[in-house]
Design a protein around this ligand. Structure first.
Ligand SMILES: [Zn+2]
Ligand SMILES: [Zn+2]
Length: 464
């Protein structure tokens, strides 16, 4: 038996989880959290469609929670094998999984306190489960091919998406059959502010590829940064605040790095700048210890300035009280706060104080999953509910599409074209429209493309 079964992120972008069977061996690629509306997230509680005890090893592409977020749950359900990942992914997961566990514990506690008709809920997993998962990590570097199981060799290549993000190369042998598999993971973009360009590979029998932006091309980095510059200018003129809901890993560091570089020409010395996310703060500290993983320009710049995330007037708020104090400021506050899709975190109380004010601006800088508050804002809703109250959306909402950490359609196609033999390709990690659009483009290049559904099995013995 030589096959892959897809158990997540098939026609959606969260909950990545694919199961590889090589004879009797079972290897899981990613085990991410499903994110979106409450109904979507309830799916995280469903039993795994496989027996966690019987999984021999896990390979993790990167630390984003939609790829790593159910690892503690796997461990608490009996998984006892190794988790292979880049060493930076392990370091990031130490922070991310702990944070995710604490959110889960708090949610359960809150539900318990409400009592009444609410059934008591147990947290999806605990901090202890998260710690145990981190202990199971076997950290690897890039470009280091090694045997992880009989008939299974693994090599991680830089995916250029976030710190430690990896393209997975696998050489499989079953009997006399050999197959070379490549999982793109989340693929970064060329010329990103901090990360390197995604590695280009030469051979594969099958490529499993993401398709988040399979139907779109991004504006250039330059024009996107210009857009942010002009939003800052406009906000200052209007006399309001600028809110940037930001993802803790990757986007926040790109933002801080770029604010640093444009400090003078964007007039940032006239602003009060806040990094109001304990998670993003921890992650930024970790980023600053991994200079060896940046692109040469960023590494050089950071070597010179020594503190890439520190701006002269940046305030890093740690406590909830410090965060609340920001609410006293009515103009020229640039507030970077999580969560990136506005479905939790401190951004919500900043929205409560700013979203109804005509002079304020909101810059959305990342992909917004369907069902989240962030998606509703991007889609132009006129009012939103935060807690018990309804708020009119009077602030201007800008979507800066070009700051994504994902390759766009053109870049995905170009990356695929580096495999000269035109291997078969399976598209995952994209909403249905996006992956169908990418499928069409790839088929024009005569690629054999499949778009697997949840639970679908792909027989690798059938792929020459
Ligand atoms: Zn990612
Ligand atoms: Zn992802």
């Amino acid at each position: 038996m030589l096959e892959i079964q897809f158990f997540g992120a098939t026609a959606e972008v969260t909950g990545s989880c694919s199961l590889l069977r090589v004879g009797d061996l079972q290897i899981l690629i990613d085990c991410g959290l499903i994110q979106g509306s409450a109904e979507e997230e309830a799916r995280n509680r469903a039993p795994f469609p496989f027996e966690p005890k019987e999984i021999d090893a896990i390979i993790l592409t990167h630390a984003h929670i939609d790829h790593s977020g159910r690892l503690p749950l796997l461990v608490s359900s009996g998984f006892r094998g190794p988790i292979y990942a880049h060493y930076a992914s392990r370091n990031l997961c130490r922070i991310m999984l702990n944070d995710s566990a604490r959110i889960n514990e708090q949610k359960a506690e809150r539900a318990g306190r409400q009592g009444g008709e609410q059934p008591a809920i147990t947290p999806l997993y605990t901090v202890k489960d998260a710690d145990q998962a981190v202990h199971a990590f076997h950290p690897l570097g890039y470009d280091d091919r090694r045997k992880i199981l009989p008939g299974v060799e693994l090599c991680l290549r830089d995916a250029g998406h976030i710190l430690g993000s990896s393209i997975i190369e696998l050489w499989l042998q079953f009997g006399t059959t050999r197959r070379k598999l490549v999982f793109s993971g989340d693929l970064g973009r060329r010329r990103a502010p901090v990360m390197c360009n995604p590695a280009r590979l030469a051979e594969a029998d099958l490529v499993v590829m993401e398709s988040t932006y399979g139907d779109r091309n991004h504006p250039s980095w330059e024009s996107s940064w210009d857009e942010l510059g002009s939003i800052l200018h406009q906000t200052a003129e209007d006399g309001g605040n600028l809110l940037i809901p930001s993802f803790a890993v990757g986007r926040t560091q790109d933002l801080l790095y770029t604010l640093n570089r444009h400090y003078r020409d964007w007039g940032l010395d006239h602003w009060k700048i806040f990094l109001d996310s304990p998670l993003a703060t921890k992650v930024s500290e970790l980023y600053s210890h991994h200079l060896e993983l940046y692109n040469p320009e960023a590494a050089q710049c950071w070597r010179q300035s020594r503190s890439p995330f520190i701006l002269p007037n940046l305030r890093v708020t740690r406590t909830a009280e410090e965060s609340m104090e920001i609410n006293q400021i009515h103009s020229r506050a640039l507030i970077i706060a999580g969560s990136g899709m506005c479905d939790g975190g401190r951004i919500r109380h900043h929205l409560r104080h700013n979203v109804w004010r005509r002079e304020c601006h909101l810059a959305m800088v990342g992909f917004q999953v369907q069902g989240t508050l962030g998606r509703a804002l991007v889609d132009g809703v006129r009012s939103i509910s935060l807690g018990e109250r309804q708020f009119e959306v009077a602030a201007r909402v800008h979507t800066i599409g070009g700051l994504s950490a994902h390759a766009d359609q053109q870049e995905l196609i170009r990356w695929y074209q580096t495999f000269p033999a035109g291997p078969a390709v399976s598209l995952i990690h994209g909403e249905e429209e996006a992956r169908r659009a990418l499928q069409q483009q790839l088929e024009r290049l005569r690629a054999r493309v499949s778009c697997p559904q949840y639970g679908e099995v792909l027989d690798l013995l059938a792929h020459e």
